[in-house]
Design a protein around this ligand. Structure first.
Ligand code: PA5
Length: 448
């Protein structure tokens, strides 16, 4: 089953007539997307990807994943942003909660460790400690090949790999996912003979989870990538084919823009399962980078519940009223844990005896949805049938399509990210990168 969208609890903030009035705007945005006539139309390769992907490369991903599973205790996945979050979201959602801590015999597939997503010396040094006695391989993922964070980590861990295995064997343990023809990483991969995978020209980082960018690490973790693609393909058919009134992505895109026009300019994505934490991070990146530009956009925030009900819950219930909330609900829990009665009911929990932990969680969710609604926070819900690759594939596609449509409704180019260059150019100037001399002088004056 694919994911579904429920906006019934938002009706107090939204009339059916309002939604109907927004239908034409939404369908126009969809048509702009599908006819590839809008801004950023060079980056729409993700629309047909779940069906028309490179089947030969897909098989090579599976073969390579097997090789890594056979010769490595750890796969080090080096990347940032769109070259990182999709794989992490999928692996954390679909694997054992303590995947990396399990014994090798229980886990059966390599530990997956992510790096290159910060510039932390401590993280790098600590990771070196972890890796020194382990057999490992590296998947360096960078479309441009020049992003500072992964490039730094790659230098360090490539050196460790060479120290451990010698250059020839090390090169056989490095897998490069990058542009098919251009860029620094592609050149290095050609020179050193790394096995390479492609980030297609027409797919931007944050829309790339179903390319080799996400698929190789996901497959190494033992996840069924055929099912992931099948889920995305099923959702593609739904969101391209279904009428507005039954179309989950179109309704979601329309309603979030209606809310925005009513002053609800922060969307809080709320999950009730820790395994969804990185899915929320992926959603934040998808919408933050796609919509936040030209002085516009909904600010994408995320909370892990019920954990954050004991921190951010106060603000959501009672603080500034610029919020709406989108709950990610996993309908079917993979396990049932029944609570037992205790002889002395010191903690007063005996009334829950015989109930499952998931029932308690769902009750917390349903109660919170009503409380937040009463607190003037409109609530939307995305129902995820279960923790399967198929469901997740459908969720990824649901969001991607909604994001493209929503960005066009907003009137921005959802497929560029000009804003991320500003920090880079200041950082390069402060680091003394050739070509940034005059900017450097100016920045140093401001800092001093
Ligand atoms: O979505 C995006 O385009 C970005 O988040 C990029 O994925 C991120 O900046 C990493 O870029 P690259 O893959 O070129 O290293």
């Amino acid at each position: 089953k694919t994911v579904s969208f429920d906006y019934s609890k938002a009706m107090a903030f939204l009339g059916e007539d309002e939604l109907q009035n927004f239908k034409t705007t939404t369908l126009n945005a969809r048509d702009t997307l599908l006819s590839k006539s809008g801004a950023g139309s060079d980056f729409l390769g993700w629309i047909d990807l779940p069906v028309y992907y490179d089947k030969e490369e897909f098989e090579r991903i599976k073969t390579t994943a097997k090789k890594i599973q056979n010769d490595s205790d750890v796969l080090l996945v080096v990347g940032i942003g769109g070259s990182y979050l999709g794989a992490r979201a999928a692996i954390e959602f679909l694997s054992h909660s303590f995947y990396n801590c399990l014994d090798k015999s229980q886990r059966k597939t390599p530990q997956i460790i992510f790096c290159g997503n910060s510039i932390s010396s401590k993280y790098i040094a600590d990771l070196k400690d972890v890796l020194k006695d382990k057999d490992f391989s590296i998947n360096i993922i960078s479309k441009s090949g020049t992003t500072t964070e992964p490039a730094i980590s790659f230098r360090v861990f490539k050196e460790l790999l060479i120290e451990k295995y010698g250059r020839e064997e090390a090169n056989k343990r490095i897998y490069a996912t990058t542009d098919k023809a251009r860029g620094a990483l592609k050149s290095l991969a050609n020179e050193e003979g790394y096995e390479s995978f492609v980030v297609p020209d027409d797919i931007g980082g944050r829309f790339s989870v179903l390319t080799a960018v996400g698929l190789l690490p996901i497959a190494v973790a033992g996840i069924d990538i055929d099912e992931l693609m099948a889920g995305a393909a099923a959702m593609r058919e739904e969101v391209i084919g279904k009428p507005f009134e039954e179309n989950p992505s179109l309704l979601y895109a329309a309603i979030r823009n209606i809310f925005l026009r009513k002053g609800k300019n922060v969307e809080v994505t709320a999950n009730y399962e820790p395994s969804l934490h990185y899915v929320s991070e992926w959603v934040k990146q998808l919408f933050g980078e796609s919509e936040g530009k030209d002085g516009r956009g909904i600010f994408p925030a995320a909370v892990d519940l019920t954990t954050d009900l004991h921190s951010m819950g106060q603000y959501i219930q009672d603080g500034g009223r610029m919020l709406f909330e989108t709950v990610l609900d996993i309908e079917e829990s993979p396990v049932e844990i029944l609570l037992k009665e205790e002889e002395t009911d010191t903690d007063g929990m005996n009334y829950l005896a015989g109930k499952s932990v998931d029932f308690v969680n769902k009750s917390a969710m349903n109660g919170t949805i009503l409380a937040h609604t009463d607190g003037d926070v409109p609530n939307l819900k995305i129902n995820i049938p279960n923790e399967s690759p198929f469901s997740l594939g459908s969720l990824f596609y649901f969001y991607e399509f909604a994001c493209g449509v929503s960005g066009y409704i907003l009137g921005v180019n959802p497929f560029n990210q000009p804003g991320v260059e500003s920090y880079k150019s200041n950082m390069f100037a402060l680091l003394g990168k050739p070509g940034y001399e005059s900017q450097r002088e100016e920045l140093l004056k401001r800092l001093n």
